[in-house]
Design a protein around this ligand. Structure first.
Ligand SMILES: [Zn+2]
Length: 386
């Protein structure tokens, strides 16, 4: 990796060709068009609050340092700002008379400042690291530096590392908060377009979790057909199988579920009824598990974390079973008692037994004392696996 420390670039250089998009709230370009200030994946400009933006200008007027700025070199003489967008957009907006600061108690726009103060701002030199090189190097470097302010997410880093035509197109699709599909996606994917979470999810699904390999492989692609098609297929499948949108659906591993169950037929009406029943069931602790439970044929109750019998119930049932077993001279595990091995007379301790639903919970059996039976651990496990 090549890192170059630049101290020759001034505010004036950056502001040459500075474009601020009022509508999107973004500083877009500068440095005579060579610099992209806020690439699509970056958060919008948030310094326009009359405090943080003013503080940037005050710093320059008082000769305070503005701090390090990081550029990524994406092509010959083309750069993107990795860190420093907010500061750059602040002075860019000030120099183009978008806001005023107080100088000696007077509100002043740039154009009304004394010429020597204008010159002071324009001639302020910035401290900029330019970096270029192979992905692994840049990546480890990005992770090492302590970027000020809100840290970049993993996907923001990956976008910088694997920047190229593929990332540009992918960001247009998945990181664009104006995309009309965002609302639909939000039902199933958590996060926001601005912080790259939809893009991260789409890449995660299509790559089966190997996002970086996928980005490296497709870096030079000039289309995102596979990424878009796969993501759309998953979303369409989910919204077809599950016609009702529940808040617990957000952020589930739909890519994995799609791969596992996409070839199974489901009746949306039956599925919808099953969901309503499970949502109404007070014994279901984990509602997020309902969807996978249904997809898998309503057998794996572990996914639902069905409420278990409490200790008082277990103790009470244990005492009753033990007393009856001792009277009859048989084991207090009903299944051991009807068996033919050495355990048929064994009285197990409470610690050696587990509570079981006599009538299975999945067949409507309640988690109530009348439906509780204590079994030795071996029999409980054997029954639970059926
Ligand atoms: Zn037993």
């Amino acid at each position: 990796m090549i890192t170059t420390l630049r101290t020759d670039i001034t505010v004036k250089d950056i502001c040459d060709g500075f474009v601020y998009n009022q509508l999107e709230g973004k500083g877009l370009f500068g440095l005579s068009g060579k610099l992209t200030i806020q690439p699509e994946y970056q958060r919008n400009y948030i310094y326009a609050d009359g405090k943080r933006d003013v503080a940037v200008i005050d710093s320059m007027l008082k000769d305070y340092p503005l701090g390090l700025i990081y550029f990524v070199k994406i092509a010959a003489d083309k750069f993107e700002v990795l860190d420093g967008q907010q500061r750059i957009t602040s002075f860019g907006r000030f120099v183009t008379n978008k806001f005023a600061v107080k100088v000696d108690g007077m509100e002043q726009y740039f154009e009304s400042l004394a010429p020597e103060l204008q010159a002071k701002i324009l001639n302020t030199r910035l401290t900029i690291y330019e970096c270029e090189g192979e992905e692994p190097e840049i990546k480890s470097w990005f992770k090492t530096i302590n970027i000020a302010g809100v840290p970049l997410t993993n996907q923001e880093l990956n976008n910088a590392i694997y920047s190229g035509p593929f990332v540009t197109l992918a960001k247009e699709e998945f990181s664009n908060s104006q995309n009309a599909n965002i609302q639909k996606w939000s039902a199933y994917v958590s996060g926001s377009a601005n912080r790259q979470e939809f893009l991260e999810c789409a890449l995660d699904w299509v790559s089966k979790g190997k996002i970086e390999d996928y980005m490296a492989l497709h870096r030079k692609d000039t289309n995102i057909n596979e990424l878009r098609t796969y993501f759309t297929s998953v979303i369409d499948w989910v919204s077809t199988v599950f016609t009702d949108v529940e808040s617990e659906m957000r952020g589930l591993e739909w890519g994995r579920l799609y791969e596992t169950y996409k070839n199974q037929p489901y009746s949306p009406q039956v599925v919808s009824d099953q969901i309503k029943n499970l949502y109404a069931d007070p014994y279901v602790k984990n509602r997020k598990g309902i969807f996978e439970y249904i997809l898998g044929g309503s057998t794996d109750t572990k996914l639902l974390e069905v409420r278990v019998f409490d200790e008082a119930t277990k103790k009470s049932v244990y005492a009753k079973q033990k007393a009856e077993a001792e009277k009859k001279g048989i084991s207090n595990c009903p299944l051991c008692a009807i068996g033919n091995n050495t355990n048929k007379n064994k009285i197990w301790t409470l610690a050696e037994m587990d509570a079981d639903h006599v009538s299975a919970w999945s067949k409507g059996g309640a988690t109530a004392i009348e439906n509780c039976e204590m079994l030795c651990k071996t029999h409980n496990r054997a029954k639970g696996n059926k």
